[in-house]
Every structure is written in C-alpha cells, then in structure tokens.
Design a protein around this ligand. Structure first.
Ligand code: GDP
Ligand code: MN
Length: 389
C-alpha cells in the first residue's frame, strides 16, 4: 500500500527525522489560510499524489506571493497529473502540501527497500539525490551505494558509516545522516514497509539536514498489524478496477495490453500471460480468481474484465482443482447473461468436473470458443485479435 508524501512525513516526524514546516490544503481557501499563517516566506507547493516524478511534471513549485499561490493552487487542486510513473491515466490531485521553501545546498538520497534476490532489506544512499537519481543510477551506478542488511543482525553502525562514506559524503555530516538512516530503518522494520525513501534529503544553506520528500510503501500482508496505517489508504489514487477486485478477494492487477485474462492460481496466471505474449499479444491484466472461487467471484471477475475499455478479447484458463469446472462454467454463463458481452471469449477448461463444465457452456446458447489446451487457447486469442483488427 502506498501513502501520500505528507502522511509519510508525519511518520518521519514520529521517528525524529527533521521535515519542513507545512500543512495540507484541499482547496484554495485553505491554501491562502496556510499562506497567511506562514507570513512572509516563500513556500513550496506540492501536488499530493501516489507517484514520484512530480517535480518534472509541474507538480512542485516555489511560490513567492499570495496571488501566485492562489493561481497555482486553483490550477493544481482538482487536476490530473501525469508523471513518468503514473502512465496514461495520471493521478488526481485532491490536495496539496504547502511547506516553507528551503535554501538547498546539496540534495542527497537515502532509502531502504527489499532486495528480493538476496532476501533481505538493503540500504541505498547517494550524495547525488534529487529528481535525476534514476539517471545517476543508470549512468554511474558506483555513485549509488547499496548495503545489504542481515535480517538477524539488523543494520550495524559500521555499515551505516561505511555506506555513507562510500558515497563521498563529508565525514562531518556522516554521523548526522547516520542517525537519520538508523531512524528510517527502525521505521521500516516497525511499520512493515516495503520501501522507505527520502529523496532528496537536503543539506540547507544553514547546514541543517531536512527530509524534503518522502515515499513510504507498506507490505499489504502486514497491514492487519497496523490499523493506523491501513486507515491512511486513499482509494482515489488507486486504479478503480483494482479497488473493485479487492472487494471480492480477487487478485487483479491492471496491465497495458488488450487480452483480458481470468485464471485460477498465480502460477497458471503467469504461464497464461507468457503464452499470450508468445503469440504476439499483450495481457490487459493479471487476474487470479484463487483456488476457492465461487461462481459469484467468477461473475465479478468477468465484470471487471468487461469494464476495462482496453480489453478486446477474453481468455479464461482454468485448471479445475478445488475450483470445479462446473462452478466456473455456471459463473461465466450467468455473468455473460447479465453483462451482454460483445467480445470473443475463449475458454480452456481442464480438471475436476470438466465434462459437466463443458456441458453447461455448450447448453447456454452463448458464444464461447472452447480450446483443447493452453497452446490452442493462445492461438485462438491471436486469431480473434486479427479478425477484430
Ligand atoms: P518529486 O519530483 O515527486 O520527487 O518531488 P520532490 O518533492 O522530490 O521535489 C522535486 C524537486 O523540487 C526537489 O528535488 C528540489 O530540487 C525541488 N524542491 C522541492 N522543495 C524545495 C524547496 O523547498 N526549495 C527548493 N529550492 N527546491 C525545492
Ligand atoms: Mn522526490
């Protein structure tokens, strides 16, 4: 789960990591009130969306007058912002963060994330933080220093100091940044994060160290331990179809292609997506209805696929184990009757009660193409796409 920058900064504050003074506004009136309270200082206005890259997309601006704030706040609040990370749908700006502007001497990077290949948390630091960190990481990877952390030993002081010195940070600031690194690691562990990143962590002209931006993501499977964090969830920032899917316990992730897939089991779903790509098509989603899906869940899953405007063909690939093929067939037939589906549906069924499942499909007088195996199913998908152009 993701949260907004201002929410992440509240957490940093809880862990004694310095953040700029500021408040959140949901309309122009609130924005001007914050300006009046802050009197006489330039402020930074920042769009609050679940995405990085806001600076480059025009979502972060230094503001010097009340008039300028009024104009910018009214253009930003209620708009949609498109960053390198949001893709074509963008993210709605429902609120903005207004903070004192700082005089920046240097922008650093500090973060913790999970390194899946080493099965551990790793600390990442760079003396060249800011909006170009991805470019730095690509062009000169040695300037981004990574330290893997032993899960049993935790983050050791010598690792923190060594990592920061390797980035080229001056010895004088290493202790101060080290304290922030330790606090951020503590937060990461205690709140079950999957990412905790400060970019930039700035050194100001007055030599203060302040977290200017923060991005914190959480492990969904641990949210039950953190009701306070779960309550920060902002559904407006999430894909509406993905939100709908979670209501029915469906494992759904929207992707960029046009073949809607419904599969049971994550492994089979991955294999199905591979096959779709193999025949030159692109999956529109990942959808694992799970082992114990009911016909109601099948119907809701199909509804989600149909309401995705990108979907041109639907492929249902089910291996009946706990989910029996007749349950699936019933769900599909009922859904198709309610939904008035106009696109081709290709079904591959195998496993428990397969004959019964096929009989239900055949007797439904709805049009489905039934494939004998996964390979044939993928070919039929490609064929259907060719016919529809
Ligand atoms: P992001 O683009 O979504 O990562 O948004 P950030 O909050 O990181 O802001 C992007 C950039 O805006 C920062 O790297 C800074 O260079 C600049 N910026 C943000 N706040 C301030 C500020 O208070 N003063 C100055 N001078 N620049 C700022
Ligand atoms: Mn940033």
């Amino acid at each position: 789960m993701k949260i907004h920058e201002y929410q992440a900064k509240n957490l940093l504050k809880e862990y004694k990591i310095p953040i700029p003074k500021g408040s959140v506004a949901r309309d122009v009136h609130e924005s001007l009130k914050i300006w009046d309270d802050m009197t006489g200082i330039p402020v930074v206005v920042k769009a609050q969306v679940h995405s990085g890259g806001r600076g480059k997309a025009g979502g972060v601006r230094v503001i010097n007058s009340r008039e300028e704030l009024k104009d910018y706040a009214s253009s930003l609040i209620g708009s949609i912002i498109y960053t390198e990370q949001t893709g074509g749908d963008g993210k709605p700006v429902d609120c903005i963060l207004i903070e004192e502007a700082l005089d920046i001497k240097k922008e650093l990077y500090l973060g913790f994330t999970i390194d899946r290949s080493h099965a551990c948390i790793s600390m990442i630091a760079s003396a060249e933080g800011g909006v170009e960190i991805e470019k730095v990481a690509l062009a000169s990877p040695d300037r981004v220093v990574v330290q893997n952390i032993d899960p049993l030993l935790g983050l050791r002081d010598f690792q923190v100091i060594r990592t920061l010195l390797k980035t080229g940070m001056h010895i004088k600031i290493v202790r101060k940044i080290g304290a922030i690194a330790n606090a951020l690691y503590k937060l990461f562990i205690e709140k079950d994060c999957s990412l905790a990143e400060i970019n930039p962590l700035v050194i100001t002209e007055k030599d203060e160290i302040v977290a200017l931006d923060a991005k914190i993501n959480f492990d969904d499977n641990a949210l039950f331990r953190h009701p306070d964090i779960a309550s920060l969830r902002d559904y407006n920032q999430e894909n509406p179809l993905e939100v709908e899917a979670t209501r029915y316990n469906l494992n759904y992730i929207k992707l960029k292609g046009n073949v809607g897939c419904m599969v049971n089991g994550a492994g089979l779903a991955m294999a199905t997506m591979d096959l779709i790509k193999f025949v030159g098509a692109e999956p529109a989603n990942f959808l694992d209805v799970g082992g114990g899906a009911t016909s109601k869940m099948i119907e809701e899953g199909l509804k989600i696929l149909v309401s995705d405007r990108d979907v041109k063909v639907i492929l249902i690939n089910i291996f009946g184990g706990i989910l029996r093929c007749d349950t699936l067939a019933t769900g599909v037939v009922e859904a198709a009757q309610h939904l008035n589906i106009h696109m081709p549906i290709i079904i591959r069924l195998e496993g428990t009660n397969v004959e019964e499942g096929r009989r239900i499909l055949a007797g439904s007088n709805l049009k489905f193409t039934v494939a004998r195996d996964m390979g044939e199913a993928a070919e039929k998908v490609a064929e259907a796409l060719r016919i529809r152009g």
